[in-house]
Design a protein around this ligand. Structure first.
Ligand code: BTN
Length: 329
């Protein structure tokens, strides 16, 4: 444990009582000046710590920070997120997780950031990632499945994210192919999964998930303002990022276990229930081509099956979908 975490741990143990500087310095085997310096640093991060010469230090309030010391006490997963790499700012949590995975990071390790400078969206887009409002995280998975099944992991993660949103907000999100999560027709979360594999072996998958939690509508860049939303916008109240993180990881762990034990069918069923895509009139842009037709289904590899006006069936593996009518969830 880092010294900051150790001090917070000791203060939390004491709950509503104070702990003397002397006792902290004795327990951590550092000087009282060192303790005082750390307390000042913690205050600058938003921790409200009362200090009195008579009784010592008392933790009054913690900020909504996504540090391991804030997240671990509330996380109820068995293995996912037991190791959390927290950053105030990174280029992209996906890129950071990729590097860590190349260096041997284990399945279930999580990279989380308060802000991203170059947040990555699908199809080379940018994911708007301002500090301290939302959730930007990447989970490292090492599934023992053939690379052809990797897209099922994406569907699984979209289902888990939608379930977490519903649990925490009581809103009913809809999944838009391939993995946008919409609330009342607007995008609240997106997933970008990256895979490192050989022809017949997956080395690792990075599950990158961005959820707009506490952004106000006017904070979104103009170009996406009418298409995007946040849970706060839709619920009319602020969402605890810590509580959402914990709920999301529990859902991811649960759905990943279902996928590993039972394979694709339960994941596909849950995805189809959430997507309600069958029979929708859609316009799909894929690799510079625009296809118009009616969605027939999503196949067992996660590809979209489309029937065009002339009755031909097309299989789309990547792209963007527009529904002809606005969808309300
Ligand atoms: C999309 O809908 O275009 C996908 C957006 C994915 C954004 C998340 S935020 C955390 C992770 N790190 C990234 O750079 N991107 C993903």
């Amino acid at each position: 444990m880092m010294m900051d975490d150790e001090i917070l741990h000791l203060l939390r143990e004491k709950a509503s009582n104070s702990l003397s500087g002397e006792e902290i310095s004795h327990r951590l085997k550092v000087s009282r000046t060192a303790v005082w310096k750390r307390v000042k640093r913690l205050r600058s991060l938003g921790y409200e710590i009362e200090a009195s010469t008579r009784s010592g230090y008392r933790l009054v309030r913690s900020p909504d920070l996504l540090t391991p010391s804030e997240l671990k006490p509330i996380l109820n997963t068995k293995w996912m997120g037991r190791m959390i790499h927290h950053f105030h700012t990174v280029d992209s949590t996906n890129s950071m997780a990729y590097q860590l995975a190349l260096g041997g990071a284990q399945e279930g390790e999580v990279v989380i950031a308060e802000a991203q400078k170059k947040g990555k969206g699908r199809l080379g887009r940018y994911w708007f990632s301002p500090p301290s409002l939302n959730l930007y995280l990447s989970v490292i998975l090492r599934p023992k499945i053939p690379p052809q099944q990797a897209s099922l992991i994406t569907l699984m993660a979209a289902v888990a994210t939608a379930d977490a949103i519903q649990k925490l907000s009581c809103l009913v999100p809809l999944i838009k192919w391939p993995n946008d999560i919409l609330v009342k027709g607007r995008k609240v979360a997106g997933l970008l999964n990256e895979i490192h594999s050989e022809m017949d072996l997956i080395h690792f998958v990075i599950l990158g998930i961005g959820v707009n939690l506490n952004m106000d509508r006017k904070m979104f860049p103009i170009g996406i303002r009418t298409k995007a939303t946040s849970l706060k916008n839709e619920m009319g109240q602020k969402v605890s990022r810590k509580a959402f993180f914990s709920c999301l990881l529990e859902e991811l762990e649960r759905w990943y276990a279902i996928f590993l034990e039972e394979g694709g069918p339960p994941v596909l069923k849950a995805w189809r229930d959430r997507a309600q895509i069958k029979g929708r009139d859609v316009k799909v842009s894929s690799f510079g081509e625009t296809l118009v037709g009616t969605a027939v289904d999503v196949d067992s590899d996660g590809a979209l099956i489309l029937e065009t006006k002339d009755g031909k069936r097309k299989r789309v593996v990547a792209g963007d979908v527009e529904y002809s009518k606005r969808v309300e969830s």
